[in-house]
Design a protein around this ligand. Structure first.
Ligand code: ACM
Length: 617
């Protein structure tokens, strides 16, 4: 898109003469504001093509009711009035890709054009964002023309519902919120050491036993004592197959595909706790616990690759999963598999000898390749975490590339011909905390600020065009170890999933961190709060950096924020900062042991985030 259009889209004026600001997330391909506006009121009629009526009408009606308290008449088929209407049109237009749309708002009408249902849905979400926030009832929507297409068709979010189970209602709420930001993939991490979360009819113990663990509230995740066999197991939950069908149907009308993950052969403590016969039978289990893990430690959590029972069992499970989920993808995990127990098993050694497997990585490949065949038999494409590339790899699978640094699956996988989904732990693992650790809720001791998620380029520059075309998209992943409550879960999701949505949808040429953070401040935080979503405002937190100069008995202080275009004010006398306090204009000296308080303020003098407080010692 050319630069002039971006400038126009940011600064053009409406009828009111006020500057129209482009606060769309994700940033569309092109936004051109025009003078005038469309009056949206209770008389406005909506027309939806007959074929899409059932799915779209309830979403349009309920969102316009929820957002601005209007009760609109939603009609099927052709437009029957000459003005004051919103029409959804299916069109063949070479400029519109799958999931893309054109949204035209003029004095008389709003037209949303797309070639598919997904595009109509996405166009409606942009219309919702065009409606000024905070108004109920009749409102004027500025005239504009948006032309928009996605960069990637994989715009994912992973929810780990194993470490802390999340209810069906909560999952559906997140699908509803994230689909408004054009997220179209929900990857459900359904099984792990700490809980199996999906009903499998043939193996009821998976949820009778595997979905429940002993309570260890208030004890740090990594310090928890393993459960004993006779302790009550009260923490957990699972989705019935009917729950899953309900989630899938809800997601489908929101253009969201649900990807199920069953994580094997490692991360399987809940699985082997439910069916210990999946553990290698020739290993001495005197000191092995077959209880669902209660925290981070989960020894003896692998299924046996040398037992035919493992493959028969997993084939049954995969058959049920494949029948339940319409997605063409089925994720089988494959990550972080400890080989410690396999090394103790004579059965594993014998299998390796018989099949000429040189090491335990090749044994893992043997397992993964057999699971791949089972998945293919169900006419599904297997996804595996990038560890499945080790040993002999698994040709024909799709790779989810999470590791970075020592391992380079983001380059290796597309180069080797694998379709690849990027979810870099350095840029997209939103389970990491998002501000100074002293000011954030408990989490891993590792910070992933919003701006790092936003500025991530998922396609490595080393790839050729042909290799880069194998990158299917990008995904934000929320692992659930440290998010026991719904409000904390949402706090980790928002706004970093919005940043990831823009990475996944928008052409890098139209991205701007400054615009994005401004759109959050002035529009989306209000929209999310209106919709009862718990958002983190950590991007506005001031990071204090200081050292003590003992020679001169002074503290030297730097204050930093990831947000740009705002001003830091601070105090050293214990009072809360305001815009009348000291303005931060560069590093300064202070008396050691003073109490520093600092906050970030916008141009109208509002404090944007929390006040940072630190004793300079
Ligand atoms: C992973 O983070 N183990 C996929």
């Amino acid at each position: 898109m050319n630069k002039i259009l971006i400038v126009i889209s940011i600064f053009l004026c409406s009828i009111t003469g006020e500057a129209q600001e482009n606060t769309f997330i994700p940033q569309p391909e092109s936004v051109v504001f025009n003078t005038g506006g469309f009056q949206l009121n209770n008389e406005t009629k909506v027309y939806i093509p007959s074929k899409n009526y059932t799915d779209l009408q309830s979403i349009v009606a309920s969102k316009l009711k929820q957002d601005i308290d209007l009760n609109l008449s939603i009609n099927k088929g052709k437009v029957r009035v000459s003005s004051n209407y919103i029409v959804f049109q299916k069109v063949k237009d070479a400029s519109i890709d799958s999931e893309g749309y054109i949204l035209e708002i003029t004095d008389k009408k709003v037209v949303i054009k797309a070639k598919d249902y997904a595009g109509l849905f996405n166009g409606f979400q942009s219309l919702r964002q065009a409606i000024p926030v905070g108004i109920k009832g009749t409102t004027v929507v500025p005239n504009m023309l948006i032309t928009d297409n996605p960069r990637f068709h994989w715009r994912g979010v992973l929810l780990d519902v194993s470490r802390h189970f999340q209810t069906k209602e909560f999952v559906m709420k997140q699908i509803d919120v994230l689909s408004a930001y054009k997220i179209n993939i929900f990857h459900l991490h359904l099984t792990d050491d700490q809980g199996w979360r999906i009903e499998i009819k043939k193996y009821p113990k998976l949820t009778e036993k595997g979905a429940w663990r002993a309570k260890r509230d208030g004890i740090a995740w990594w310090s928890r004592e393993a459960a004993t066999a006779d302790e009550p197991k009260t923490v957990g939950g699972f989705y019935t197959q009917d729950d899953i069908r309900e989630i899938i149907a809800f997601a489908k009308t929101r253009n969201v595909e649900i990807i199920p993950e069953i994580d094997v052969p490692g991360h399987s403590k809940a699985l082997v706790a439910s069916y210990p016969e999946l553990f290698c039978s020739d290993i001495d289990t005197t000191n092995v616990s077959f209880e669902v893990a209660v925290g981070g430690k989960a020894p003896n959590n692998t299924v046996c690759p040398a037992s035919e029972y493992t493959y028969e069992f997993l084939e049954d499970v995969i058959e049920e999963i494949a029948a339940l989920f319409p997605s063409k993808y089925l994720h089988i995990g494959g990550d972080e598999c400890s080989k410690k127990d396999w090394k103790k098993s004579a059965m594993c050694k014998q299998l390796m000898d018989e099949n000429g497997l040189e090491d335990y990585e090749e044994l893992q490949s043997y397992f993964i390749q057999r699971i791949h065949k089972i998945v293919e038999k169900q006419n599904k494409t297997m996804i595996g975490w990038d560890e499945v590339l080790s040993g002999n790899g698994v040709p024909g699978a799709t790779i989810m590339a999470w590791r970075r640094g020592k391992y380079t699956p983001e380059v290796q996988a597309p180069r080797a011909g694998y379709p690849t989904i990027m979810t870099s732990y350095l840029h997209s693992y939103i389970s990491r905390v998002q501000g100074p650790t002293s000011m954030e809720p408990e989490g891993p001791n590792s910070v992933l600020p919003l701006s790092v998620v936003y500025n991530h380029e998922p396609v490595p520059s080393e790839l050729t065009e042909e290799e880069a075309a194998r990158v299917l998209g990008n995904q934000a992943s929320l692992w659930g170890e440290f998010t026991p409550t719904e409000s904390h879960f949402e706090y980790m999701l928002y706004p970093r999933t919005l940043a990831s949505a823009e990475v996944s949808w928008s052409d890098p040429k139209v991205k701007s961190w400054e615009r994005f953070q401004y759109a959050l401040e002035t529009s989306h935080f209000k929209r999310l709060e209106r919709d009862n979503v718990n958002v983190a405002k950590s991007l506005f937190t001031v990071y204090p950096v200081f050292g003590i100069d003992q020679l001169h008995s002074k503290a030297i202080v730097y204050l930093e924020t990831e947000a740009v275009g705002y001003t830091i004010y601070y105090t050293l006398d214990g009072s809360d900062p305001t815009i009348d306090s000291n303005k931060y204009e560069g590093n300064f000296k202070a008396t050691p042991k003073s109490l520093l308080k600092a906050g970030l303020f916008n141009k109208t003098g509002d404090l944007l985030g929390e006040i940072t407080e630190v004793r300079l010692k």
